[in-house]
Design a binder for this molecule. Structure first.
Ligand code: PRP
Length: 214
């Protein structure tokens, strides 16, 4: 039997995913050592391997087949636009992708002047403004703490993830438009899904059953 390799987005999501996988019998003791600096973990008995990568790299590993499966947020899947199959919504890390800004920016969203949009997700912002809303905007790519941009005058609005809304509230910003719902998904390499169809289908069924019980 060949190895089935999982790419997990490191951080809280990886820990939660490993918890779910453990409940359907897929474990990896090696990974539980908090001191380890290893990057690739193997369970020889089950013939599975796991590795942790930066979230935005998970779709790349899966598209090229370096990982058969990946677990990553829908925000990353949409932003990276890779060729892969999305097979299951794990329901973890639920949040929303939104256009946000100060209340005063609301009318600018409906006007004709070209507004500035700061975001960590330029492809999602482009898809929304150009293809759905048909509004010409200037998109400015940032790498984090995006809420700063409208406060210091870099942009009119932001496209960002809203979970509890606390960051917005504490910075005098609000949701102006919702773009889409987000949560963690399992993605699968297109060839792996054919070659390892039985194993992957069983895994997805088991996870589905588990989630329906909870
Ligand atoms: C995310 C997101 C928002 C915040 C939303 O940032 O970009 O800033 O969480 O959460 P809330 O609605 O519960 O306040 P993250 O912590 O991932 O860091 P970042 O600023 O580096 O993107």
């Amino acid at each position: 039997m060949r190895y089935l390799t999982f790419a997990l987005a490191k951080g809280r999501l990886a820990k939660q995913t490993l918890g779910l996988l453990e409940q359907v019998g897929i474990t990896c003791e090696e990974m539980k050592d908090p001191e380890t600096r290893k990057l690739l973990f193997v369970n020889e008995d089950l013939k599975v391997k796991f590795f942790l990568s930066k979230a935005s790299d998970v779709p790349t590993y899966v598209e090229y087949g370096a990982a058969d499966l990946g677990v990553v947020g829908r925000d990353t899947i949409l932003e990276e636009g890779r060729n892969l199959y999305e097979v299951l919504d794990l329901g973890l890390g639920k949040c929303r992708m939104c256009v946000c800004g100060p209340k005063s920016a609301r009318e600018k969203l409906n006007g004709n002047e070209i507004i500035r949009v700061a975001t960590k997700y330029p492809n999602i912002a482009k898809e929304y403004f150009y293809n759905q809303k048909h509004q010409t905007v200037e998109i400015i790519k940032l790498n984090g703490s995006v809420e700063l941009a409208p406060i210091v005058g870099l942009s009119d609005v932001i496209v960002d993830i809203v979970e509890t809304g606390t960051t917005l509230r504490e910075n005098g910003l609000e949701v102006l438009t919702e773009i889409c719902d987000l949560s963690a998904r399992i993605v699968v390499n297109q060839v792996s899904l054919k070659m390892e169809h039985e194993r992957i289908r069983k895994l997805i069924n088991d996870l589905n059953e588990l989630m329906n019980q909870q």
